[in-house]
Design a protein around this ligand. Sequence first.
Ligand code: MSP
Length: 518
Amino acid sequence: MEKYYCTTAIDYVNGAPHIGHAYEKILTDVINRHYSQRADIAFMLTGTDEHGIKIQKTSASNGMTPKELCDTNAQKFKDAWKALGIDYTRFIRTTDENHERVVQKIFKKLVEKGDIYKHSYTGLYCSGCECFLNEKDLTEDGLCPDHMKKPELVEEENYFFKLTKYKDAIIKHIKTNPDFIVPSFRANEVINQLEDIQDISVSRAKSNVSWGIDVLDDPEQVIYVWIDALSNYITAIGYDVDSQTDEFKKLWPVDVHVIGKDILKFHSIYWIAILMALELPLPKHIFAHGWITIDETKMSKSLGNVVSPTSVLESFNLEYPDAFRYYMASAAPCGKDGNYSDDDFKEKVNAHLANSMGNLLNRTLSMLVKYFDGEIKSEFKKVSPLYDKSLETVKAVKHHFDYFEIQEAAQKIMELVDAANKYVTDSAPWTLAKEGKMEECGTVLNTVLEVMCVISSLIYPYCPNIARLMSDQLSYDINTKLDNITCNNIKPGKLISKDEIKPVFLRVDSEFADKGKK
Ligand code: MSP
């Protein structure tokens, strides 16, 4: 595989990042790190969405300019992603000068093409969604169902994009590419939405929304936030309407846009139509993940249950973000909603990462030191059932990632950990040693250590720091590509001495969490 290009949604900067934003960035980072083990280049784009009425209003009520609010909050997102080990390749802000310039050119090109036209319009605008809503989308009380707020009646002369022109082509594309929208059950929803699709307003009057990118040659209008925001996926990598950088040519089309289920319509309809209008190839996949609740409750400012991702690291006194990453990435089956709770977090990471995985490495290495002074003898063998299972697991994990089944892939890895634990218990190397069956004892340890190399590679996207601690103790090259894993890493000779053995993950203590809450 030559390249893998993945993107996240870009977050609104009217507040600080919360655990829902973090869920998506972790999922995408895990996907990107997995493909870095398969492709020559893995490129992850993330960033912030900084224009629109919401930012304009929030900054005004905070006594700041919109740019000041954006600068302050964009930094909070960057800091949070750093703390969570999100290893993005590029971070785009929609206030970046290059982005603004290219968006203006994209808009102009579509006007020249006749795909954007001017039209007087009356509509109901929800600033929470940053979009116009139809009457039929509202609750019985006339509220936006997502934000439970009354949309504003807006009468404006706006530019409109001819979405209807692309309707049939989009339906055809979705129907002929069953893996385009992931999970596939969402494709029908999109097709239903397409049935009664109208042309969409793609600008706002500057008198109503001033914080946006100006329409070239029409200073009274600013470009609608979604056209601005969606274009980030191409402007960030060097698309420039009449010229394209080598990087763009290499990376586009994107392999996957990772987004929340609430913004699927914008990506699978609006964005696809824009790309068709620009005559660009379409994304390979759009992966719509579910939503994260807190203690089974929807997060909301009014309930006061908005959880900051870095507060979890702090309250559990975590040295590395790995446990939180592992928990979040495996919080929900592909496309379904998931939940965060302190108790479940503690229970799961202690069971999986400390008791099962970390302990297995620790006690196997300790036995190697105890019985063989840390040396792998040339007569030790590697036995096949477990060894075969580890290679099968590599295949299964790859397969799950190809379908964005990130929780399911993690389960496969833990099944391999469990199988290795069972093998150790069943073969009882301590009894073999007591009985003087040293070759058999060494064979058990050698086999498990070989499997641990595979496990460190597979767990790396979720837990990069733990994986490095594991691979260092195994003298295993963590940069091994998944296709080159051979189960032939542990070689005869001295592997480790007593003082080099370190636990890779210490149990998370509830005391820390309780202190953090106080
Ligand atoms: N700015 C737009 C996206 C533009 S993409 C070209 C936006 N921003 S957002 O800040 O509201 O949301 C950013 C991402 O976070 C979206 O994919 C959204 O689905 C996701 N999430 C926001 N809250 C969430 C949860 N509680 N759980 C999981 N993801 C959620 O939409």
